[in-house]
Write a protein that binds this ligand. Structure first.
Ligand code: NDP
Ligand code: HEM
Length: 530
């Protein structure tokens, strides 16, 4: 988009010629003139030159904190359309009536990299996007519902205290400031509940060709509730209508240097061309009674609900049809949170989800300020919350003279809540982990190994993708990691061991012959694992 384009819906008409002013609106004679004592030969500048001082001061503050995770991303706008009636399980407004459309915003992101990091990468120096993410904000008639999911149906952790430490190991070494394969595998091989997610990440689905060609999942179990007081547990899937398409490991690595912003560009250009990407939305549903008897703990984020046991039920379609006009205003300032729910949707008791309910609004208050919900892209279609007042950047009129307490002089209407018969919890306060890792934790990873075996080359890709990365890790960490894969499948463990050790011994050729990177453990001093 050139700066000269006039687009429908643009705030600014580029073909008009507005008068350039200072930020307080005073017309400026020339944008690059500045004041000083003396003539062009010299002389100090003047503090009274508000135009220059203000320009610099504002520039000095252009950056806001980047997201602590998911800093690199792209987004777009569109709609959700109901294609199938699910009013028998959920009373949320957006699902009521086939054909009903709800506007939405989507932000895709990678997880561990900084804001300028490449969109596609998985290499032996530890540059791994441990998955890609797919967050959706539905602007429903009863508030914003944020579905803040990933392109994987599972996750690495099930104990929330592990999140910050896990993220540390996947980011940079505190001493070298480098990505570090030893840290990466040291954590994963000592927290083997992550094995299922590791297998998904290191299959070729870990390096999607583009954001348009990957699925999204709520990953967590959520609750759908109804006005009659009943509820069900659900997992939400949004499957790409463009078809799954992935890079292999080497293509992803090459793209990371040739076009590090490829995913961002692909999304923007496709929408600009009028090729509007879409995803079909499904839910898996379990009643509380079924969940109780289910083989898998529905609050264990490392597990899926096998589809032969819990089939996908179609719900609707997500379509992206509009690019942002301004990236910072509309995408960088988007603030998603799993706690932004609407009547009909509830969080489940999954402890990772419960922790996220706190973490996201907390980070928004830090990243965007306490009034982050007033930023236009975050503003609900209809919000009336006059008991939240003041604070930095209260820019929406601050509710004028409306009472800031439940006043007898200015009545409010309250929507009667559905009487939902939630789970009943009772027990002693405990401080246990979610659960020790048991043989059950390798079963679904084994199922995935079998799924990969259905497509020629996919098992080989997994082995290769692990081997070219793991070869960069410390010896003891490698050995422990082989043991982890042995527990999924003996042949998988053996093949990973063989290919990885071949790479360690022969770092320049690497197993596929395509490797171009050297084993970092041989090119710099061994660092003690952190
Ligand atoms: P099914 O045979 O019923 O389903 C297979 C699933 O595997 C499909 O959802 C398919 O997704 C997905 N899949 C295919 N290739 C890959 C890959 N490279 N990486 C990740 N997922 C892939 O079996 P189950 O439901 O019993 O699941 C078997 C395994 O499949 C699980 O252990 C899990 O690892 C994985 N899986 C399961 C999902 C679920 O909700 N049950 C969802 C996604 C993955 P698609 O239809 O999009 O091609
Ligand atoms: C972003 C915390 C687990 C998906 C973030 C951010 C934080 C965070 C602080 C930055 C938000 C911002 O600055 O706007 C956590 C914590 C977790 C956790 C504490 C576990 C205890 C997960 C899981 C998923 C997930 C399990 C997916 C199922 C996302 C997505 C984003 C994000 C999609 C990017 C949102 C955006 O595009 O703005 N997370 N996270 N996170 N997280 Fe998590």
């Amino acid at each position: 988009m050139g700066a000269g384009d006039d687009k429908p819906g643009s705030t600014y008409r580029y073909n008009e010629k507005p008068v350039y002013t200072t930020s307080n609106g005073a017309p400026v004679e020339h944008p690059t003139k500045w004041q000083r004592v003396g003539n062009s030969a010299g002389g100090p500048l003047l503090l009274q030159d508000f135009h220059l001082i203000d320009l610099l001061a504002h520039f000095d503050r252009e950056r806001i904190p980047e997201r602590v995770v998911h800093a690199k991303g792209a987004g777009a706008f569109g709609e959700f359309e109901v294609t199938h009636d699910i009013s028998d399980i959920c009373s949320a407004d957006l699902f009521q009536g086939i054909g009903k459309k709800t506007p939405l915003a989507v932000r895709f992101s990678t997880v561990g990299g900084e804001k300028g990091s490449p969109d596609s990468a998985r290499d032996p120096r530890g540059n791994v996007h441990f998955h890609e993410s797919f967050a959706i904000k539905f602007y429903t008639n009863e508030g914003n519902w944020d579905l803040v999911g990933n392109n994987t149906p599972t996750f690495f952790i099930r104990d929330p205290t592990n999140f910050p430490v896990f993220i540390h190991t996947q980011k940079r070494n505190p001493q070298t400031n480098l990505k570090d394969a030893t840290m990466f595998w040291d954590y994963l091989s000592t927290h083997q509940e992550a094995i299922h997610q590791v297998m998904i990440l290191f299959s070729d689905r870990g390096t999607p060709y583009s954001y348009r060609h990957m699925n999204g999942y709520s990953s967590h179990t959520l609750k759908f509730t109804k006005a009659d007081g009943s509820f069900v547990y659900v997992q939400v899937h949004y499957k790409t209508d463009q078809g799954i398409r992935n890079f292999n490991n080497e293509e992803a690595g090459r793209m990371a240097s040739e076009n590090p912003d490829w995913h961002t560009e692909d999304l923007f250009e496709a929408i600009r061309r009028g090729e509007h990407p879409s995803w079909s939305v499904y839910v898996q549903v379990l009643t509380p009674e079924q969940a109780e008897k289910f083989r898998w703990n529905v609050f264990d984020l490392t597990k899926v609900w096998p589809q032969k046991d819990v089939p996908l039920r179609p719900v609707g379609r997500i379509t992206l049809n509009r690019n942002p006009e301004n990236y910072f205003a509309e995408i960088e300032q988007l603030a998603f949170s799993p706690s932004h729910v609407v009547p009909g949707v509830e969080p489940s008791a999954d402890p990772v989800l419960q922790s996220r309910l706190f973490s996201y609004p907390d980070t928004h208050r830090h990243r965007l300020g306490t009034n982050y919900q007033q930023i236009p892209v975050n503003r609900p279609l209809a919000a009336f919350n006059p008991f939240q007042r003041d604070g930095a950047m209260a820019v929406d009129g601050n509710y004028g003279a409306v009472p800031n307490y439940p006043s007898t002089y200015r009545a409010l209407r309250y929507r009667p809540a559905a009487s939902v018969s939630h789970e009943e919890w009772m027990g002693k306060v405990t401080s246990a982990l979610f659960g020790e890792v048991t043989p059950e934790d390798y079963v679904q990873a084994g199922a995935l190994w079998a799924v990969l075996g259905r497509t020629p080359g996919q098992q080989e890709a997994l082995v290769h993708n692990v081997a070219v990365h793991l070869c960069g890790a410390h010896e003891a960490t490698r050995q422990r990691t082989y043991g982890m894969f042995d527990k999924v499948d003996a042949a998988l463990g053996r093949r990973i061991r063989e290919e990885t050790e071949k790479n360690v011994k022969n770092p320049t050729s690497q197993a596929s012959g395509r490797g171009r990177r050297r084993n970092p453990t041989q090119t710099r001093p061994q660092l003690a694992p952190n």
